[in-house]
Design a protein around this ligand. Structure first.
Ligand code: NAD
Length: 322
């Protein structure tokens, strides 16, 4: 089996490789060539940690395995370790033998950013020029870097619940050669053609009134029951796409519009169907499109498999007789 340690990943995988892996697996999910297993997430009663498994099988990409890990809230203060910790385990689908063990921390950020980037490629208007960022935490920088590859963005506008975090996001925009303006939420909605929300909020920031016709939103922060970044009216007023419908209605941004009876499950579309050409995606310049990115195990397997291939090719993977 191969081992690719966390510390080696940054030099191996690019945002482009992550994008390709995630786009391909979303397409496979919509073709029913790939499926996610039920997610396990447990409060283990030690260190206040949440630990769990996200797994699946992609028959077309021949990726079988799981990501194990979770959230240890005291890591940073007590051990100078990041709070989110995960590892991906890949198995040989022909034999069940362990194939690879891969650090999952950076890969999680890259695969999450790739998902919103895939949605922008397939759903945003071609003439989108202003990118709006709601959120300025760890993931937001990856989101921004991946998003700007998809359209000829000329400016980034940002809002964050904790405004002191915005200058760091402005630095990332500057690295990308883009001007950055910190704005109010109404101003963000008035200017942005594409909006990414990436917060850990449990109540909506952005509302239907804030957003202009024709906007594409990628709502990426809501991955748990109770979390919410945008109001249910905004979801109900948009054409909704997602990675996995079962997750969108239960732990994703659409959970609230569903619970309030504003939309039906049948109104939610798989992004993979757009990639495959089975769904037309955006059908008018005035349509609001919303991608509910809930995060699925198959994304983790796809990027992990990609990084193992690259690491083996470059001689950077460690081989272990197991
Ligand atoms: P982080 O802790 O680094 O940043 C949190 C962000 O949320 C900051 O911008 C903070 O200001 C903002 N925030 C906190 N409380 C808020 C509130 N009450 N209202 C509005 N904003 C608030 O976290 P991160 O690593 O950047 O992750 C952001 C979110 O993305 C988390 O909810 C995380 O679980 C989620 N996530 C989703 C996926 C996915 O696949 N969909 C993957 C990874 C992370």
């Amino acid at each position: 089996m191969w081992i690719v340690p966390e510390a080696a990943i940054a030099d191996l995988i690019s945002a482009e490789a992550s994008f390709e892996a995630v786009e391909a697996v979303f397409a496979a999910m919509a073709r029913k060539d790939a499926y996610n297993f039920p997610v396990i997430r447990e409060a283990i009663g030690h260190e206040d940690a949440l630990y769990g498994f996200k797994g699946g099988f992609d028959r077309s990409g021949m990726a079988l395995g799981l990501k194990a890990g979770g959230y240890w809230p005291h890591n940073l203060e007590r051990r100078n370790l990041i709070n989110h910790q995960s590892t991906v385990f890949l198995f040989d689908p022909d034999t069940g033998k362990m194939a690879a063990m891969v650090g999952g921390n950076l890969l999680t950020a890259l695969r999450t950013a790739a998902a919103s980037s895939v949605s922008i490629k397939h759903l945003a208007r071609e003439d989108a020029r202003v990118l709006g960022m709601v959120g300025a935490g760890h993931q937001s920088h990856f989101q921004l870097r991946a998003a700007v590859k998809q359209r000829r963005f000329e400016k980034v506008v940002g809002w964050n619940y904790h405004p002191d975090m915005l200058p760091k996001l402005a630095e990332t925009a500057a690295e990308l050669g883009l001007p950055f303006e910190a704005v109010s939420l109404p101003e963000l909605g008035a200017q942005a053609d594409v909006i990414i929300t990436i917060t850990s909020a449990f109540s909506p920031s952005l509302t239907h009134e804030h957003v202009r016709p024709g906007t594409h939103l990628a709502c990426m922060g809501t991955d748990t029951k109770g979390k919410q970044e945008v109001d249910a009216a905004l979801v109900a007023g948009a054409t909704v796409f997602t990675d996995e419908i079962a997750q969108s209605i239960s732990i994703g941004e659409a959970q609230h519009a569903i619970a309030e009876g504003l939309i039906a499950e049948s109104a939610i579309n798989q992004i993979g169907a757009v990639i495959n050409g089975a769904h037309p995606g955006r059908t008018s310049a005035d349509e609001i499109t919303l991608f509910d990115g809930t995060g699925v195990g198959l994304q983790d397997l796809a990027v992990a498999q990609s990084v193992v291939d690259i690491a083996v090719r470059k001689g950077a993977a460690i081989q272990v007789d197991f």
